[in-house]
Design a binder for this molecule. Structure first.
Ligand code: GDP
Length: 297
């Protein structure tokens, strides 16, 4: 594996891209994620879970992987951003080939631009008789998106989430985009991570789907997550297999939180239970103060 050194001397390793799917309502975001998730599970042996965990990984025959955030739409993207969690590396902009560019298509474009996140366009529903991908290209071009076909650097792929046509091309385009971005992360040392989704399981308690930005999370560590804390009792990959460690950009499910954090919360590793309690208490106080201040305004 290629290893490079950053200025501080930390070892950086290439990491998979984290991709968000955005686009106008009914243009096929959910269908696309369903189709991609199926390829992720099919690649593993049968019995892979279909449970929604907020993120999943598609592994390519080449050994490369792509992490998809499993929440379509703009709310998740902006909620994460508002909480400072810039987890997305690439936006897949879904545009229906029959419907063309619509208000939420433009909204997605401006979100991506504001966040400085590159876009790969997936023209969907190309199986439909009324599909007109050429028209979509012209529309996007006239909205200022520098498409590859017109000499720009934004890749465009024609797909059908329904039939699965072009999904391999989309995955290739995302990997090429990732390669151009030269995505790397520090692997050694304490982890910095973000909550993608959190839920309570009756038997296992609070479960947090997390994506590590840098470093490595491991079983037994004390963590502070937003204003909550816990000790990592178990780590599972998105196919439900237990693991001891979690490295950059691969989503994992963490068991062992004392309370339920929120999507977008940051995860910090601390040295002891005492520190974990202190830090979460301090953050809770701050949240409470903010709430009181807002109420008195
Ligand atoms: P979302 O609102 O963007 O998540 O869109 P959905 O995934 O819910 O899709 C909206 C509708 O379009 C559903 O009825 C889908 O079955 C249909 N649809 C999605 N992708 C395709 C496609 O590639 N081809 C065709 N013909 N229909 C599609």
């Amino acid at each position: 594996v290629k290893r490079l050194h950053s200025e501080e001397g930390a070892i950086l390793k290439p990491r998979p891209p984290v991709v968000t799917v955005m686009g106008h309502v009914d243009h096929g975001k959910t269908s696309l994620l369903d189709a991609l998730r199926k390829t992720a599970v099919a690649a593993k042996e049968a019995g892979g879970i279909t449970q929604h965990l907020g993120a999943f990984v598609v592994s390519m025959p080449s050994g490369a992987s792509i992490t998809f955030l499993d929440t379509p739409g703009h709310a998740a993207f902006t909620a994460m951003r508002a909480r400072g969690a810039a987890v997305t590396d690439i936006v897949t902009l879904v545009v229906a080939a029959d419907d063309g560019v619509m208000p939420q298509t433009l909204e997605a474009m401006s979100h991506a631009k504001e966040a400085n996140v590159p876009v790969v366009v997936a023209i969907n529903k190309c199986d439909k008789p009324g599909a007109d991908p050429e028209r979509v290209r012209i529309q996007l071009g006239s909205e200022g998106l520098p498409l590859e076909d017109l000499g720009g650097d934004v890749q465009v792929v024609e797909i059908s989430a329904l039939t699965g046509t072009g999904l391999d091309k989309l995955e290739e385009a995302l990997l090429l985009q990732a390669e151009l971005m030269d995505l790397k992360a520090r692997v050694d040392g304490p982890a910095q991570a973000y909550v993608v989704e959190a839920r309570v399981d009756r038997g296992r308690g609070p479960l947090v789907t997390a994506i590590v930005k840098s470093g490595t999370l491991s079983v037994g560590q004390y963590i502070v997550v937003g204003a909550e804390w816990g000790r990592i009792r178990a780590i599972r990959d998105t196919l439900g297999r237990a693991t001891e460690l979690a490295g950059p950009a691969i989503p994992v499910e963490i068991e062992g939180m004392k309370g339920l954090p929120m999507a977008g919360d940051d995860i910090t590793v601390v040295g002891s239970e005492e520190r974990a309690r202190m830090l979460s208490q301090g953050r809770r106080k701050k949240l409470e103060q903010g709430r009181l201040e807002r109420m008195s305004q």
